[in-house]
Write a new protein. Structure first.
Length: 428
């Protein structure tokens, strides 16, 4: 058999392993070693397995990952989400659907520190959902808002997904963060518009909250200060060239630690934060190792080149190729973890995208948004199940019904970014 045929067969076997609930990192690594062995020889394949993990994990480029994770965990352990939601609620007090707007806004700001969609959804839900239910919000709106708001964590920088995309495609981490800024804020704005439309056309979904004075609003905005400080230090430092991404991640983690200590985090909380960071970092690095070993196999199998030649022979226009790739992302995003899906698919499809003439930074933003949609779509919408675990009495169908308008909002954002690439590339 030719190398491309072996490559395609091995990829199908890997997908079967994943469907049988084999850890994705292990499935990628095992497929990579076996496929490389079948095409080249098993002795060099085992040499990759022996030396590859050390070479990959000793790469300095991956060092921002644990720092960004630590920064988000410090923010969660210090209960910053509570103060952030209260500040946003004061700002939107008296508005119809104000608490939902406050929850979405708080998710957007918290994600700027967290960098994780699941962490954002979990942290904000603990604070916001009880208050929203107390004020008579429909479960569909309350849960849908928080499930969708959590997805902002994957786009608004600093984002682990954008960081990983930059590393595996050899793009600038700073460029990816800057390119994600406007699309992330656009998602926040469109979510707010969605909530406003919902409560306008379906008044029973929410009611007005307690009105606040101008003075109270101004005082409440002080709750945003710690988050804006960290965000501006990271993005401003990277954008101006003052910090490298690694330095920005370290400075962000240190500032968040100081804020957390001031807010009352003690030694036990610090140890728990470090333990959680180590667990999350280990999981991500394990996937990176598996993806890199799988990447060696893709190189020798020439599957990517085969697919590029095959699609080119079909004579499809560039945007048809993009639509097919995004459709695949959307389907896989419904059943796979977002980071694992990016690590698995981007090395395969990127040559197709480059051949079609698209900018790799712009495609990264489009790809991450598409993955983001998968976090709230059935059958495996991870954020939906996070909300479900906190409100077991609410049906999954109710939560999925609540997130549907936000999914449509994300499709509008995708359409805008495809039509106007400058929304992502304008700041570069």
């Amino acid at each position: 058999m030719s190398p491309p045929v072996i490559g395609i067969i091995c990829m199908l076997i890997m997908l079967l392993f994943i469907a049988l609930r084999c850890p994705i990192a292990l499935a990628m690594a095992a497929t990579g070693v076996i496929g490389f062995g079948l095409i080249v020889a098993f002795e060099p394949a085992f040499s990759i397995l022996e030396a590859g993990p050390f070479e990959i994990l000793s790469n300095y480029s991956f060092s921002p990952i644990p720092m960004f994770i630590l920064m988000g965990v410090f923010a969660s352990k210090a209960n910053m989400s509570s103060e952030l939601f209260n500040a946003a609620r004061t700002l939107f007090g008296g508005w119809k659907g104000g608490m939902a707007l406050a929850a979405i806004s708080a998710c957007g700001i918290f994600s700027a520190i967290s960098g994780s969609s699941v962490a954002t959804a979990a942290s904000m839900s603990k604070v916001a959902i009880p208050e929203m239910r107390k004020y008579g919000y429909a479960d569909s709106l309350a849960t849908g808002t928080l499930a969708a708001g959590g997805t902002l964590g994957i786009m608004i920088p600093p984002s682990i997904a954008l960081l990983l995309y930059a590393l595996i495609t050899e793009q600038s981490v700073g460029d990816m963060f800057i390119a994600g800024l406007i699309p992330g804020l656009l998602g926040l704005v469109l979510y707010c518009v969605t909530i406003s439309l919902l409560v306008y056309f379906f008044p029973h979904l929410a009611r007005k909250g307690e009105s606040t004075t101008i003075r109270e609003k101004i005082q409440g905005m002080a709750g945003f200060a710690p988050f804006m400080l960290v965000f501006l230090m990271i993005i401003g430092g990277i954008y101006t060239g003052t910090f490298t991404p690694t330095e920005a991640a370290s400075i962000g983690a240190f500032i968040t630690l100081i804020i957390a200590l001031i807010r009352g985090m003690r030694w036990k909380g610090f140890c728990l934060a470090v333990e959680e960071t180590l667990a999350l970092t280990s999981m991500i690095f394990f996937m990176i190792v598996g993806a890199e070993i799988f990447g060696y196999f893709l190189s020798v199998s020439r599957v990517s080149f085969f697919l590029t030649e095959w699609v080119g022979a079909l004579g499809l226009p560039p945007y048809a190729v993009l639509a097919l790739v995004l459709f695949m992302f959307l389907l896989l995003g419904c059943v796979m973890d977002s980071l694992a899906m990016l690590l698995l698919t981007v090395p395969v499809v990127l040559p197709l995208i480059l051949e079609a003439g698209f900018d790799p930074v712009w495609f990264g933003i489009i790809a991450v948004i598409t993955v983001e949609v998968g976090l709230i779509t059935p059958p495996v919408g991870i954020n939906v199940f996070v909300i479900k675990s906190m409100l077991p009495q609410v049906r999954l169908s109710t939560i999925f019904k609540g997130v549907l308008p936000f999914v449509l909002s994300d499709f509008v954002r995708l359409a805008l970014l495809v039509a106007f690439p400058s929304l992502a590339l304008g700041l570069l």
